[in-house]
Design a protein. Sequence first.
Length: 202
Amino acid sequence: MLEPASTSFYGSLPESIGNLKSLNWLSISQCNFSGSMPSSFGNLTQLMVLDIEHNKFRGHLSSFLENLSKLRTLIVGWNEFITGTFSWICKLSGIYVLDIDLVNIDSQIPLCFANLTQLSRFSLFHSYLSGPIPSWIMNQTNLAYMDLPGCNLHGAIPNSLFKLENLEVFNVAYNLLEGELELHKFQSFKMHSMQPFLEFNC
């Protein structure tokens, strides 16, 4: 485990980080790191937790993540990353937390996402995600947190969404969704001491 999160470290990550081939947990969020991720980062194939949010990293996400198939938690938002395609995430078959806020995606949710059945948290805050909410979203039976505000989602909310009985947070504010909103259907969502969090902006 390597976790110098919330410190004042700065600069770019060295190529030598790729020598830590047994590393399974890396958390360097809320520091002042910047620049591109080193090419050797792909050597960290044992990583299960990667949290690098709130830095100034840049470049393509797929260039350093596509080989990290053991990832269970991926938090890379609030940097300057872009990704020309989204399909590389589908290699992360055991992913549990996926947080890529403020990454310029500009594509639809690919069909292969239906196979990410362990996913519990899905956050793409202002990531320019486009297209409709897919009907196969019901495959994500473990999904508890779905935060997709400020994207370009359009169309109606599919009925299959209401089969997600573990869903507690559903935020699709500032999208282009439309159609009749039947609020009573949200009663099927999991409830604890308080109501599930729902946010829409029409």
